[in-house]
Design a protein around this ligand. Structure first.
Ligand code: KG4
Ligand code: ZN
Length: 353
């Protein structure tokens, strides 16, 4: 089956065509991502109104490009999947409404996909990872440890009690006068710095459970930067390195706890997803954790770590396959949601007869 996917929940306007064979094998036929970074850079972060407007202007072209690259027309897809949340509501409405309109026009079913489920199932798109696995979802808006038991079956094991780790990377970058988005910049500067120079806190490290906290680390970076100012280039490198080391230590410790806490479920793999999973230091450290538990580590390739529409199309394909392709017109009545925790999802069912 061929699925067209649309993603508009943050600052990427994306469309993709993904094919799922009868054997469950996935092929990304096209994957178009138009980043709005330039539009938001001057503001040092994503401005929701600008994002929504940019999605309206770009989405038609991005969808056309994805179909074109795939060499198919709309009539040839089996269903249209779109992010229905969680995310910036204006953008989500643009994507979901467009998907419904396309579905109506082409007489196809529409699938309202949870963005987090898209990230959660990416390891099956790229590596055919078998259920159940432990997912560390690390992005600009989310930091969660989730037991992925099946399509629509997610068990939250830990989450952040304040900021997301990607947000901490972005705020650190802003504080150090680095560009937006901050994660890649902090990583680049950290590679040149001395991680041992600033003694930064590691919130919740070693504590029971698998929750995260990054607010205190962010504040500590600010105070260290103030104390060392005026900052020269090497100070920025050392602060970036010290921050990244602390953040990575926290991610590793909490992931370890999640694996230790896991009594009954025999996970097949440790999977990382979300923009922060693109960080090399994160991947290297998680590999050591996975090795200790005798598990393979799955980190999707860079282009599929961050937001994209292939993961949305794939989540749609998994849902459609589980319902034996029988979903009627699908989620034509679904509404866009700013908030939509993974735990509220359910496995797909067949359409009522
Ligand atoms: O998953 P994503 O593309 O968007 C959502 O937030 O849903 O993640 C974006 C986040 C941003 O906070 C960005 O700074 C961070 O991922 N990020 C990184 C790196 N690349 C992107 N953080 C650390 N190191 C990186 N190399
Ligand atoms: Zn995301």
């Amino acid at each position: 089956m061929k699925i067209l996917g649309l993603e508009t929940s943050c600052d990427e306007t994306a469309a993709a065509v993904v094919c799922r064979g009868d054997d469950g094998r996935a092929t990304i036929v096209s994957n178009v991502v138009l980043s709005q970074i330039a539009e938001h850079a001057a503001f040092g972060g994503v401005v929701p109104e600008i994002a929504a407007r940019a999605h309206v202007e770009a989405l038609d072209h991005v969808v056309a490009a994805a179909l074109d690259e795939a060499g198919i027309c709309l009539a040839e897809v089996d269903a249209i999947a779109a992010t229905a949340g969680p995310g910036l509501i204006g953008g989500v409405i643009v994507g979901l409404t467009s998907a419904k309109a396309l579905a109506w026009a082409a007489g196809k079913p529409v699938l309202a996909i949870n963005h987090l489920e898209g990230h959660a199932l990416t390891a099956r798109l790229t590596d055919a990872t078998a259920f159940p696995y432990l997912l560390l979802l690390v992005s600009g808006g989310h930091t969660q440890l989730v037991g992925v038991l099946g399509v629509g079956q997610y068990e939250r094991i830990g989450t952040t009690i304040d900021d997301a780790v990607g947000e901490a990377f972005d705020k650190t970058a802003k504080l150090l006068g680095l560009g937006y988005p901050g994660g890649p910049e902090v990583e680049r500067r950290a590679a040149k710095g001395n991680a041992g120079r600033f003694d930064l806190p590691r919130p919740l490290f070693g504590r029971a459970g698998a929750d995260f906290s990054f607010a205190g680390l962010k504040t500590a970076v600010r105070m260290a930067a103030q104390a060392a100012s005026p900052l020269v280039e090497s100070d920025v490198d050392d602060l970036a390195a010290s921050f990244q080391a602390a953040a990575v230590d926290c991610l590793a410790d909490r992931t370890r706890h999640a694996l230790e806490m896991n009594g009954g479920t025999p996970f097949t793999a440790l999977v990382a997803a979300g923009g922060v999973a693109a960080n090399r230091a994160v991947a290297v450290t998680l590999r050591a954790v996975a090795d200790d538990f005798g598990l393979p580590l799955v980190v999707p390739p860079l282009a599929l770590c961050g937001d994209n529409a292939a993961m949305i199309a794939w989540a749609g394909a998994e849902r459609l396959a589980m319902a034996d392709g029988d979903i009627g017109r699908g989620d034509m009545d679904a509404t866009a949601r700013a908030r939509w925790p993974l735990g509220e999802l359910e496995p797909p069912g067949r359409a009522a007869a």
